[in-house]
Design a binder for this molecule. Structure first.
Ligand SMILES: Cc1cc2nc3c(=O)[nH]c(=O)nc-3n(C[C@H](O)[C@H](O)[C@H](O)COP(=O)(O)O)c2cc1C
Length: 419
């Protein structure tokens, strides 16, 4: 049963009271989760308003951290679109664990190191990027802003970032490549029809994508309760996301244009196994990354089956409720690959210090999903640019403070883990 207006108002007052408590304000862990907790259940659904008008930023330049965009996005988006972006699975506890995992890692700063010049650049498959921060594949971005993935690409171009495009994007790889002014990496949901998956690969190749990212952590029909709950508050027609059946779905996803999807039952293939990876390996000359691995065993198998890289990811807590953060999974994956291929990470990254910690524990690059979607939802391209600028500034700040003038200097000795 949805809450009554009076119940919501009482809850809102109670949460404000809690948030104002100096005791809780001093606990960064709880303050963070409370901040996240207050919003979606109230203002996101247009029922209450958690923030006073002055609490929300009105331009990207005002933002002090990336979380400020979450508040604006929550306020801006239609309830079901917000629900789609925010949702995890079950109790959203893995979404929370991803972020909180970083608080179990502490930084050991060194002093008296010359940090006049700080260089945050990294090399990935022969390309040098100014920072290790990449934009994860996030589907259906026109649900967040009319500019969609093309707006993200213009921001990635302006700020010189690597962008990975989702198979389920609302802009085509050609449009996004043009907006990016250069190739993007293509993420692959192969579907259960090999011919459809292969056609998407060929199109990405023709679009110049140098890297294919196979996502392996998601099955169809995940239990996204926050999304389902948000729909109770949003019965508006939205042709962008409410048509049923795969045919209707594919009709709105440009990467399926012109493909025969009559045999497709879903984006994901429950029968996918390592033989599928071998077949994929033999099908394309693009570099092949596997996204969604979290164990040493799978990391070793990925190396054996010819993967060129791994993204440690749990789909931003949207796949299954493991309660295990990606930053806690990273060390065993790094251990599994034994330096043979690069290991990237995403999930819960919200601060430059989070990026620093992931690099220290062996990641070559670090991805963000929701933060740039919040930026896009809030202000379009300029919001994404601001999110990227904030993370770059924060990373360079901690590099200076910790005494690590280059990314190579950020080693395991700069962190203590309490996982
Ligand atoms: C709304 C949304 C849509 C996503 N769509 C995709 C997708 O199409 N393909 C994919 O591999 N991952 C997808 N992801 C997962 C992200 O690539 C990434 O793993 C995750 O968002 C990182 O966690 P973060 O949101 O905490 O930064 C999606 C995530 C969100 C929030």
């Amino acid at each position: 049963m949805p809450w009554s207006r009076e119940q919501l108002e009482n809850r809102r007052k109670f949460l404000r009271y809690l948030a104002a408590s100096p005791l809780l304000a001093s606990s960064s862990l709880f303050a963070g989760s409370l901040r996240g907790w207050m919003g979606p259940s109230l203002s996101a659904f247009g029922i209450g308003d958690t923030f006073k008008p002055g609490d929300l930023i009105s331009s990207p330049e005002q933002a002090l951290d990336v979380m400020e965009f979450e508040a604006v996005a929550r306020k801006t988006l239609a309830p079901a679109h917000w629900g789609y972006l925010a949702t995890g699975v079950d109790d959203d506890a893995t979404v929370q664990a991803n972020h909180e995992g970083f608080s179990k890692v502490q930084i050991r700063s060194r002093r008296l190191v010359n940090v006049e010049e700080v260089d945050s650049s990294v090399r990935l498959f022969g390309t040098i990027w100014e920072t290790p921060v990449f934009l994860c594949p996030v589907s259906a971005m026109k649900a967040f802003h009319p500019e969609g993935e093309a707006g993200v690409a213009r921001a990635a171009r302006a700020k010189h970032h690597l962008q990975i495009l989702s198979t389920a994007a609302s802009c085509s790889v050609e449009e996004v490549t043009a907006a990016r002014g250069g190739p993007v990496w293509q993420q692959l949901y192969p579907t259960n029809d090999w011919e459809v998956g292969k056609a998407i690969i060929r199109r990405a190749e023709a679009g110049g994508a140098p890297v294919l990212v196979l996502t392996v952590d998601l099955q169809n029909n995940t239990n996204r309760e926050t999304l389902f709950r948000s729909r109770r508050y949003d019965d508006r027609e939205c042709s962008n996301c409410h048509e049923s059946g795969f045919k209707g779905y594919a009709a709105r996803k440009p990467m399926f244009d012109g493909l025969d999807v009559s045999k497709v039952t879903g984006l994901h293939d429950a029968a996918m196994n390592w033989t599928f990876v071998d077949r994929l390996r033999d099908t394309t000359k693009m570099k092949l990354l596997i996204k969604g691995l979290v164990t040493r065993e799978d990391a070793q198998l990925a190396v054996q089956h010819g993967a060129d890289g791994i993204i440690v990811s749990n789909h931003g807590g949207r796949a299954e409720e493991t309660l295990r953060s990606t930053i806690e999974s990273l060390p065993e994956v790094v251990d599994g690959v034994k330096g043979k291929i690069p290991v990237l990470l995403d999930g819960g990254v919200r601060r430059g210090t989070d990026i620093f910690k992931a690099l220290a524990l062996g990641a070559t690059a670090v991805g963000i999903g929701r933060p740039y979607a919040w930026g896009l939802a809030s202000f379009g391209q300029s919001g994404v640019e601001a999110v990227l600028s904030i993370l770059r500034r924060e990373l360079q700040l901690i590099m200076r403070e910790a005494g690590t003038p280059s990314i190579d200097d950020i080693t395991k000795s700069f962190v203590v883990t309490h996982c």
